[in-house]
Ligand binder design. Structure first.
Ligand SMILES: NC(=O)c1ccc[n+]([C@@H]2O[C@H](COP(=O)([O-])OP(=O)(O)OC[C@H]3O[C@@H](n4cnc5c(N)ncnc54)[C@H](OP(=O)(O)O)[C@@H]3O)[C@@H](O)[C@H]2O)c1
Length: 355
């Protein structure tokens, strides 16, 4: 009798636990099943800029690129992060072909200065990985932009535009320079109209996840417009979705949903090694060369089409972003001030010699 009761209890407890365990196992396998990029792909002689290389995916990517022979330029949010990242990356890879630099995407001035220094001091740039991002509560950048749109989109828009000449210089149609924008699958529910929030036109309640998705949608549309602009000019661009990855990205999510998300991240999400595979693929594969402007996930094209994203709306978004940056007093070209100074200096030297 006692044995019978025990076995019923055991069944009531063990069976649901086994089902839940099985489900978790299946979900985990589904989320984590990933394609691996060619392990032999090398980047010798290539200089690759990675934003947000101080943690998460960007840091793992920087390690991998350095191990595979690239010169890696890692942009870090603070000077302290720059120094600690330099120490970490060098001790992890043994490579001294790594340069860490300060660049805070919440300041357009900082992005401009970073690009100017980079272009003045590096011989070549072969690829940019626009990886840094935040998922955070409502706030403003120092340029009075919505913080997520500022960091995730506008800062990278400026960076990419300022570095494009350098990319164009060394890219050829058989070996083009590459721009990789790291996005997320949920961009498909982003809205171009939300981009108005970057201009301070927020109305109603602020939904952090919606703004994040919209910032990633804007970044994906940047990929498309870059592909359109530089077709056959030796620069290709891709969006890469790393899938769900266990990183610090979710640290600002609050409440029960936030806690649930962080627990899921630890238990179910991909490791950063798994998450970087599609980025590595977009950086190295020859198969992608004809697919500039596409979105990749798991080393495969996974493009999203939306009737809202017409050629016109994508171009308009580009123009609005450029106008916005100019309205903040930031130039969209490098070296103009220096050129003027050089010209003034040359003029005064000529005038002096004529006196
Ligand atoms: N994790 C996921 O599940 C997931 C899914 C889809 C897409 N993604 C995308 O993957 C990319 C990498 O994210 P992650 O998951 O690796 O997150 P993460 O660990 O939070 O890394 C974000 C990186 O961005 C940097 N960053 C933040 N604000 C910055 C600023 N103002 N200026 C310069 N750098 C700044 C961070 O610097 P600090 O280290 O100094 O904070 C950090 O290095 C993001 O674009 C994200 O949208 C992630």
């Amino acid at each position: 009798m006692l044995e019978g009761t025990l076995s019923v209890y055991a069944f009531i407890v063990i069976f649901p636990l086994a089902v839940i365990g099985g489900l978790i196992f299946l979900i985990r396998n589904f989320i984590r099943s990933t394609e691996y990029c060619d392990a032999d792909a090398r980047f010798d002689g290539k200089t690759i800029v990675v934003t947000g290389g101080s943690s998460g995916l960007g840091r793992t990517l920087s390690v991998e690129l350095a191990k595979r022979g690239a010169r890696v330029i890692v942009a870090c949010r603070t000077k302290a992060r720059r120094d600690s990242t330099a120490y970490f990356l060098r001790s992890k890879t043994g490579s001294f072909n790594i340069r860490t630099m300060f660049m805070d995407l919440t300041s357009l001035d900082s992005v401009y200065d970073f690009c100017q220094e980079l272009v003045d001091t590096e011989d070549r740039i072969d690829a940019i990985v626009n990886n840094a991002a935040i998922l955070s509560p409502q706030d403003k950048t120092s340029d009075d932009l919505d913080i997520m749109l500022g960091v995730n989109y506008i800062g990278h828009f400026l960076l990419t535009n300022l570095l494009c000449d350098k990319l164009l210089k060394h890219g050829t149609s058989s070996s083009p320079s590459r721009i990789i924008n790291v996005v997320c699958g949920s961009l498909r529910s982003g809205h171009i109209s939300r981009i108005d929030e970057m201009e301070g036109k927020t109305e109603g309640s602020y939904n952090m996840r919606n703004v994040y998705r919209s910032s990633k949608l804007a970044l994906h549309l940047l990929t498309k417009e870059l592909a359109h602009k530089y077709v056959e000019e030796g620069v290709v661009s891709y969006s890469a979705d790393p899938g769900y990855v266990n990183t610090g990205l979710y640290k600002h999510l609050e409440g029960p949903f936030g806690k649930f998300n962080q627990t899921c991240a630890k238990a179910l999400y991909r490791t950063t090694e798994e998450g970087i595979q599609t980025i590595l693929y977009c950086l190295s594969s020859k198969d992608v060369l004809k697919q500039s402007g596409s979105l990749f996930k798991d080393c495969r094209v996974c493009d999203i089409r939306n009737s809202e994203w017409t050629e016109k709306s994508v171009k308009e978004l580009w123009d609005r972003a450029s106008e916005l940056i100019l309205s903040k007093g930031i130039k969209m070209e490098l070296g103009a001030a220096d050129d003027e100074e050089e010209a003034d200096k040359a003029d005064s030297e000529v005038a002096d010699s004529e006196q």
